[in-house]
Design a protein around this ligand. Structure first.
Ligand code: ADE
Length: 259
């Protein structure tokens, strides 16, 4: 994955992408990430990247020209670009979007807005796609860009140590993840489910599947309505409904219906 981030705050991107799995993805050559300071493309002597809005009003608007120049610079290396504008007005970013991004053959450019927004001509002239990470407004596009990059990078084959772990993720199969435990087997009176120490792989698979279903039923019952469930899943769900206190399942189901 080849990715460029255009930002007024390069250090904030650097602080996240120079750590952990995203860092290792770069070291392995699976992610090529370039961070561009938009101010470097603004005019001397002040290098202003923002200006007051036409029509008046609060705040500052990011200027189009420095962003156009940064894109022109990237186009000198490749003309096959996918340009993304993180924005609360965008279409919702989802697991499916992350998968598509992880195998994107085009160079992916994130343009991070700040202040009151970016001159609209950036979106229209560059045919930029707006993507939102949720129905709330952040102070800038840096965190959303990093969220999207992180979600995509971990799906690139070879990035995670265990290739199966991304397959077991919440949302990969539209069920939430099962609970995880590590040593010690007992801590402050709380023991791990004994089946996990049994060495019986089939019993462990069944336990994990059932706990994924339990978690989904209790926390995100709306996801279950989009699923085709196997006979085994149906049996597990019936068992869960008998095991759970009835008021928990009822209230969770009602909340799910209201979502
Ligand atoms: N910029 C500000 N808020 C945002 C959001 N919710 N999603 C994407 N970009 C944003």
């Amino acid at each position: 994955m080849q990715c460029d981030v255009l930002t007024l705050f390069p250090d904030s991107i650097q602080s996240v992408t120079s750590q952990s799995i995203v860092k290792r993805a770069q070291e392995k050559g699976l992610l090529h990430l370039a961070i561009h300071n938009i101010r470097d493309y603004a005019d001397a002597p002040h290098y202003n990247a923002d200006d007051t809005p036409y029509g008046g009003g609060e705040g500052m608007v990011m200027k189009a020209e420095p962003i156009f120049r940064a894109i022109d610079h990237i186009r000198e290396q490749s003309d096959n670009l996918r340009i993304i504008l993180p924005s609360p007005q965008g279409i919702p970013f989802s697991h499916q979007q992350a998968e598509a991004l992880s195998c994107e053959s085009r160079r992916v450019i994130f343009i991070c807005g700040h202040y009151e927004g970016i001159d609209e001509r950036v979106r229209t002239q560059l045919l930029a796609e707006e993507l939102s990470i949720g129905d709330y407004v952040l102070t800038g596009g840096e965190l959303p860009a990093m969220v999207m990059i992180d979600a995509a990078v971990r799906l690139i084959p070879g990035v995670l140590g265990d290739p199966l772990s991304a397959q077991h993720d919440s949302f990969a199969g539209s069920l939430l993840d099962y609970p995880h435990y590590t040593r010690p087997s007992e801590i402050r009176g709380a023991a791990i489910p004994q089946v996990l120490a049994s060495g019986n792989h089939e019993a462990i698979r069944r336990w994990r599947r059932k706990e994924s279903l339990r978690s989904t039923l209790l926390k995100r019952p709306d996801l279950l309505s989009h699923q085709t469930l196997s006979h085994e899943d149906q049996t597990f769900l019936n068992e869960i409904l008998e095991e759970q206190p009835s008021e928990v399942c009822c209230s969770q189901r009602q909340e799910g219906a209201e979502r």
